[in-house]
Design a protein. Structure first.
Length: 306
């Protein structure tokens, strides 16, 4: 195990160096934000993980063995399997289902050492006060816990306030409260608020609120999930895709400045494991430094030690 870990680290660092060089060459100077130095750009690293994915244990397309096989074939450093743990979902239905889910991940991941596979789940916020669909006891058996705003999130995506300012305040209040959930690792696709009526676009969020949230996320160590298919959450919104990207990049910059850490993900249901091209565009344009991108090897080591 020790030698394979070392091998993994070596391989990952080489991949990161090559990836960064290729990225900077391909993306060119126009992708750099105004005011960023060449040195910052040189430090930009392409992450090689996918820390938010679904399988047939919730609404994903593939069973765990095929999912992990793909991760190995794509030579990803790490994936997190984060099936939905929400009211009525399969792994939340019974202890037996939850046990079977974890046992299958364990069985499949232990048969290989190509890719780190984290046992995870995606919870949902239930209200604006920080109540979520996953409790501490179940979270203790997981290695990567996400929480999103979804159809069961009262006051935001459920029973959305007709007043946009109230809606926006509720969204930020919910995220601030999620920061206090100790066992939560990452906020899944933050600001996925485009398909509601009213829609809240990234530029609608006041900087004052965003800075308050960014400071708390940094302080509490909550990771910002830059999810590749963010456009999904805006397909009913009156915004062109490239405009959404530009607005999201500006928003992400505030979180970079506060020291928040980031992950990338496909949120794979049907879009493909490891498909993080848009996420990488955003990280590069927001000049997220390598030190603010989560390192799944550290997560795996930390979890093993506890
Ligand atoms: Zn998801």
């Amino acid at each position: 195990m020790e030698s394979s870990t070392r091998r993994g680290i070596l391989r990952a660092s080489v991949a990161a160096t090559v990836g960064a060089a290729a990225w900077n060459a391909a993306d060119g100077a126009d992708a750099q934000p105004a005011g960023s130095s060449g040195r910052e750009a040189a430090q930009a690293v392409r992450p090689n993980h996918d820390l938010h994915t679904h399988t047939v244990w919730s609404d994903g397309a593939h069973p765990i063995p095929l999912h992990v096989l793909e991760a190995r074939a794509f030579e990803l450093d790490a994936i997190a399997i984060t099936d939905h743990y929400t009211p009525g979902s399969r792994i939340a239905k019974s202890e037996a289902e939850f046990d079977a889910y974890l046992a299958e991940i364990e069985r499949v991941r232990s048969g290989q050492d190509d890719v780190i596979v984290l046992k995870g789940a995606e919870a949902a916020a239930l209200d604006t006060a920080g109540r979520i669909s996953l409790d501490a006891a179940h979270a203790a058996r997981l290695e990567w816990v996400l929480c999103d705003l979804g159809g069961s999130s009262e006051g935001t995506l459920r029973n959305t306030p007709p007043d946009k300012q109230k809606y926006i305040e509720n969204v930020v209040r919910t995220y601030l409260a999620l920061c206090d959930v100790a066992y939560l690792d990452a906020i899944a696709h933050p600001f996925n608020t485009g398909n509601t009526k009213p829609a809240a676009l990234p530029e609608d969020y006041p900087q004052r609120l965003l800075k308050e949230l960014a400071a708390k996320m940094a302080d509490k160590g909550k990771v910002f999930d830059v999810m590749n298919d963010t456009i999904y959450w805006f397909h009913k919104a009156p915004i062109a895709p490239r405009e959404l990207t530009a607005q999201y990049v500006e928003l992400v910059k505030l979180f970079v400045a506060a020291g928040v850490r980031f992950q990338v993900s496909s949120d794979d249901h049907r879009t493909g494991l490891g498909n993080t091209r848009w996420s990488e565009l955003v990280l590069a344009r927001a000049a997220v430094p390598a030190g603010q991108i989560v390192d799944p090897r550290q997560i795996a080591r930390r979890r093993k030690g506890t």
